[in-house]
Design a protein around this ligand. Structure first.
Ligand code: MG
Ligand code: MG
Length: 250
């Protein structure tokens, strides 16, 4: 079931979204060689709780942390760990969620650690741009699948592939609501987008093939071919004035 949000609900979601945005901005200075990923997680949790919010991911299922931190061939859902040290040349995706006033925000970015190869930089740039192409289609009257079609066609036109097993989602009082928002598919399918729909659009783009698998920790998703993957996500409200990015920090 889809829960459409009122303008008041959306303003509350923007406050949650801003905390998530600001958390990632605060962490940027810490993304450098030699920092362990548990440190980033501790900083994020402290920041979120100090703003009277609650980390959305901690305790979701049995996920133990505030952030999902996924490096290089890890696609999403990496578990922060003291032994996992960021290295020069890594790319690292930080995915963060926060709950405030009963609503969740969900936002992810992939960062360069130190100096990354031009190939990895291009993967990040294309993934970020594929999210922008998806967001452009999040307008009243479009079909849901127009978003995934835009993401996929752009990412594939640049020589990359998009992950099929994990998708974006509706978001609101629950972190994951209907509908699912795939990053692939034909245009003109699925529900018609209406005012008040709030969704997380989150392309996961692989440098190599699309296939992924789950590591033995039960969470971490990696590419099957062990080539790098990038992930960008925004929480978007569909409004009369077009797509409204609730995790833009505004
Ligand atoms: Mg997320
Ligand atoms: Mg999400």
């Amino acid at each position: 079931m889809i829960y459409y949000k009122s303008a008041e609900n959306i303003e509350l979601m923007r406050i949650a979204g801003k905390i998530v945005h600001d958390t990632l901005c605060m962490l940027e200075q810490w993304i450098k060689p030699g920092v362990n990923t548990l440190k980033l997680d501790e900083l994020a949790e402290e920041y979120i709780r100090s703003h009277d919010a609650v980390p959305s991911f901690k305790g979701y299922g049995d996920f133990p942390a505030t952030l999902c931190i996924s490096r290089n061939e890890e696609v999403v859902h990496g578990i922060p760990n003291k032994k996992t040290i960021l290295c020069d040349g890594d790319i690292v995706s930080l995915d963060c969620g926060a709950l405030l006033n009963g609503y969740h925000g969900d936002h992810a970015r992939t960062y360069a650690v130190g100096n990354v190869s031009p190939e990895k930089q291009r993967l990040m740039d294309v993934t970020k741009k594929s999210l922008a192409h998806g967001i452009e289609k999040a307008v009243i009257g479009n079909h849901l699948s127009d978003i995934g079609y835009a993401v996929q066609t752009y990412a594939e036109s640049q020589g990359y592939s998009v992950v099929r097993e994990l998708v974006g989602h509706g978001i609101g009082q629950r972190l994951h609501e209907d509908p699912q928002v795939p990053n692939y598919g034909k245009a003109g399918r699925g529900i018609i987008l209406k005012e008040g729909l709030v969704i997380a659009i989150e392309p996961m783009v692989n440098m190599g093939k699309a296939g992924v698998r789950t590591l033995s920790d039960g969470w971490t998703i990696v590419t099957r071919d062990r080539k790098p993957s990038a992930h960008f996500e925004h929480t978007i409200a569909i409004t009369k004035d077009g797509p409204n990015i609730l995790t833009s920090g505004k």
